[in-house]
Ligand binder design. Structure first.
Ligand code: C5P
Length: 223
């Protein structure tokens, strides 16, 4: 079958990553986590003394780090200037600054170009997950999915993912998540949005397996 391009967007905690990885693995497609790229950019800025409260400083530094994504859905990786960033990009510090960094147009230009070149190079097809994939990055994707879920379900899922000293109660997670989604949906450049031709799937009352089956069926119809 021809290389199929699948865009999966939606707010945090809707099951985007789990769904995207499982769909890619099941169909033999590559997988790209674009949130990891914005997180890696944010981690590099914090580590290199860039003032992440200053959009002009962020803009100037946007083309400095070298981001490389590994696209195997069974073991996705991200390196920054050759260093493995998989751990540090998930800390609460990075999470709390990523929306501000990703709102800067220069950052989006650099990362969007990278995403398009990765998708173009994926000969066997790819699942790309994020916030603006169907609307901006890959507007010609073969299939666009927009995942949603109630705020309660999203906060519960995120709390379950946080471990050890970073673990927070569901209420705290819910507040942080709602704030981040509002920032992502409210920014000027390429906000979180459902593409007009995207299929919306509400995952609140579905198991991961049910969501995966639903998306796999939709991909197979396109092939
Ligand atoms: O998906 P994840 O929660 O890891 O994304 C982290 C952040 O990266 C989002 O909150 C958003 O600010 C940014 N992001 C984005 N565009 C994307 C993917 C992620 O702005 N396509």
């Amino acid at each position: 079958p021809a290389a199929v391009i699948v865009a999966i967007d939606g707010p945090s905690g809707t099951g985007k990553s789990s769904t995207s990885k499982a769909v890619a693995a099941q169909l033999g497609l590559s997988y790209l986590d674009t949130g990891a790229q914005y997180r890696a950019m944010t981690w590099w800025m914090i580590s290199n003394g860039v003032d992440v409260g200053d959009p002009a400083a962020i803009a100037t530094a946007a083309d400095k780090p070298v981001l490389v994504s590994g696209t195997d859905p069974a073991a996705p990786t991200i390196t920054v200037d050759g260093a493995d960033a998989s751990g540090p990009i998930r800390t609460r510090e990075v999470t709390s600054h990523v929306s501000a960094v990703s709102a800067v147009p220069e950052v989006r230009t650099v990362i969007t170009e990278l995403q398009r070149s990765i998708a173009a190079a994926a000969a066997g097809g790819i699942v790309v997950e994020g916030r603006d994939i169907g609307t901006t990055v890959l507007p010609d994707a073969d299939l666009k999915i927009f995942l949603t879920a109630s705020p309660e379900a999203r906060a519960a899922r995120r709390s379950g993912e946080l471990k050890g000293k970073e673990a927070a109660d569901v209420a705290t997670t819910r507040e942080a998540l709602i704030k981040r989604d509002a920032a992502d949906a409210g920014r000027k450049t390429s906000p979180l949005a459902k593409a007009a031709d995207a299929v919306e799937v509400d995952t609140t009352d579905l198991t991961l397996q049910q969501v995966v089956e639903c998306v796999v069926t939709l991909v197979e119809e396109k092939r």
